[in-house]
Write a protein that binds this ligand. Structure first.
Ligand SMILES: Cc1cn([C@H]2C[C@H](O)[C@@H](COP(=O)(O)OP(=O)(O)OP(=O)(O)O)O2)c(=O)[nH]c1=O
Length: 190
């Protein structure tokens, strides 16, 4: 019996993987999410995804382990999760009325094959007033999300259009993940 583990504490990633009707466990451990400033955004998300997956794979070497990481890049600046409400307001001001890129890296580790990839999605925001931004941050949605917004809930009101995989913005590019799992030797139930 193949064992699949999602190495994540993100409720969004859990929900996205559940949509695929796969049987899996959740296991997450604290990992150091600091990174070398010389790395490109794609290198950062793949490195962090891999770090998250490695911690769980070391304890479960027979399993297929998925780790993921999401960041936002605006004006060449990498935005992770905000440290507080003021930080969130600053990030949303930066994203207002303009385009940014969301990078999600995924690492799949297993005995039969390991792989790491990323998806880049372009996201355009409407012009936001200070009042829009303050109200959004007050909703509480910002604090645990890269770039201080979640496209899937109230944050959907901020978004004008996207180019790329919507699910990668939410935290896991599901279609590509399932294809890569299959390539790594995981037997899908369908
Ligand atoms: C841009 C964006 C990010 N996010 C979330 C996805 C990720 O959960 C989070 C980015 O932080 P991550 O460090 O990628 O993930 P995490 O700390 O939530 O979970 P873990 O490391 O245990 O897997 O931001 C959204 O939910 N919606 C969005 O539109």
């Amino acid at each position: 019996m193949q064992n699949l583990i999602l190495a994540s504490s993100s409720p969004r990633r859990k929900e996205l993987l559940e949509n695929l009707r796969l049987t899996f466990e959740i296991s997450s451990s604290e990992v150091d999410e600091s990174f070398d400033l010389g790395l490109s955004p794609e290198e950062v998300v793949m490195e962090l995804a891999n770090r998250k997956a490695q911690v769980v794979f070391q304890k479960n070497p027979q399993a297929f382990v998925i780790g993921a990481d999401t960041i936002v890049v605006a004006n060449g600046q990498i935005l992770g999760k905000p440290t507080n409400e003021a930080d969130a307001i600053g990030m949303l001001k930066m994203l207002s009325g303009t385009k940014h890129d969301v990078y999600t890296g995924v690492s799949i580790l297993s005995e039969t094959g390991s792989t790491c990839f990323y998806e880049k999605t372009e996201v355009w925001f409407w012009e936001l007033t200070d009042q829009d931004i303050r109200a959004y941050v007050k909703s509480g949605e910002s604090l645990d999300k890269a770039g201080s917004y979640g496209i899937q809930q109230l944050g959907s009101m901020l978004v004008k259009k996207i180019n790329g995989d919507y699910f990668a913005v939410v935290g896991l590019p599901v279609a590509r993940t399932v294809r890569e799992l299959k390539k790594a030797g995981y037997q899908l139930p369908y």
